[in-house]
Design a protein around this ligand. Structure first.
Ligand SMILES: [Fe+2]
Length: 383
């Protein structure tokens, strides 16, 4: 049995951004607040979206104060901006940070963000959320999660519940064509990790499995292509669909140990989300695989790194090897080569392991670690 939750409307394909006014009308929405960041504003995309709306007679306001790894302070500023206007929906325009910010701004109301962190579940809808991702990607356009950082405690808080599931997702791969190599690589690996973790999770179910396997088939061959040639439209389109399916997969299953351990690295050392996932993925996969060998072997086969006839053990060996190789190919650093201070890293390992466990994600891993085992895994990925 499984409970499946999806956006009410997903428009997908090159150029679907142009359908935004029509989709809003179809959903009875007419007074959007756009939540985005300075980069999207300076790129001209915000102006393009506002022009699109005004040409259809829809007046919008834009909050451009989103910061990477959205903080409580930035969310509060967005909520204050929202309160000064008359809005009936919130549009998140950009990468994971604007979409995650839009979700919290739409839902929070007068409450404190820390009161909303997992294991709290927020299901009652706030304002309708429209997600327009510009990366492939966090998959946030189709998930019931948002992640907000408490800058005082350096904690990335996972906030969960149906309230955060966008009502509408506009998934237009053309918005990713201009994205640089590092962003393409990091967000693409994040998508792959979503698919693999959803598939091996204790919450896995046949619906999420189908999305996860499809995502793996799309992402594995197309990520190197999109990185090698940012204008490769076929690869970009496949990555955008794969990222969406990866998001649907983990939203209806879960993420697991990689994400649990990744959030504290991002919070304490300001490593981007996809990059910290990539640092962890090969080692955590090797450690977890003995507990779910057939499931990891399925992943290897879906990605095409193992033949159908190969034994599970052999396929998993190839999977771990392939994950190390893609990190090398995409120049993913280790925490050490990223430049993290060794003393600070060592001092924080215990706290990071505790924060990883508290998020709940490691509990869905096929092999569930204790604090000391997580510390050991952090030590293993260091160099
Ligand atoms: Fe992620």
């Amino acid at each position: 049995m499984a409970a499946i939750h999806l956006p009410r409307t997903i428009r997908i394909g090159g150029g679907v951004l142009a359908e935004l006014p029509e989709v809003l009308a179809q959903n009875g929405l007419s007074r959007p607040l756009i939540v985005t960041d300075a980069w999207i504003e300076s790129s001209g995309l915000l102006e393009r979206v506002q022009h699109l709306l005004s040409a259809a007679g829809i007046a919008s306001r834009a909050f451009t104060g989103v910061v990477p790894d959205p903080t409580i302070a930035a969310i509060e500023a967005g909520c204050a901006f929202l309160a000064k206007g008359e809005h009936d929906c919130v549009i998140g325009l950009g990468g994971g940070s604007p979409v995650d910010s839009a979700k919290m701004i739409a839902v929070k109301g007068q409450r404190r963000v820390p009161d909303l962190k997992a294991p709290h579940q927020e299901n009652a809808p706030g304002l309708p959320i429209i997600a327009i991702p510009t990366t492939a990607g966090t998959g946030s356009e189709a998930t019931r999660f948002t992640v907000i950082t408490d800058a005082d405690t350096d904690e990335k808080m996972l906030c969960a519940g149906l309230a955060y599931l966008p009502q509408i997702a506009i998934v237009d791969y053309e918005l990713t064509l201009s994205k640089p190599l590092r962003l393409t690589a990091d967000t693409g690996i994040d998508s792959l990790v979503h698919a693999v973790e959803a598939y091996v999770s204790k919450q896995a179910n046949p619906f999420a499995d189908s999305m996860a396997l499809s995502a793996m088939r799309l992402i594995w061959p197309n990520l190197p292509r999109a990185c090698a040639d940012p204008s490769d439209r076929q690869a970009r389109e496949a990555m955008m669909l794969g990222a969406l399916q990866g998001g649907i997969a983990f939203s209806n299953s879960s993420v697991a140990l990689v994400h649990g351990m990744s959030r504290p690295i991002g919070a304490h050392f300001h490593v981007s989300h996809g990059l910290s996932n990539a640092m962890l993925m090969p080692v955590v996969t090797a450690w977890s695989a003995p507990a779910a060998l057939p499931r990891y072997a399925d992943c290897a086969r879906a990605m095409g790194v193992a033949e159908a006839a190969e034994s599970d053990q052999g396929a998993v060996g190839r999977l771990v090897e392939a994950l190390h190789q893609i990190n090398a190919d995409l120049a993913v650093p280790s925490p050490q080569t990223y430049g993290i201070d060794k003393t600070r890293w060592d001092d924080l390992l215990q706290l990071m392991a505790e924060q990883a466990l508290a998020s709940g994600s490691p509990g869905n891993n096929p092999r569930v670690p204790g604090v000391e085992e997580i510390v050991g895994l952090y030590r293993q990925v260091w160099g």
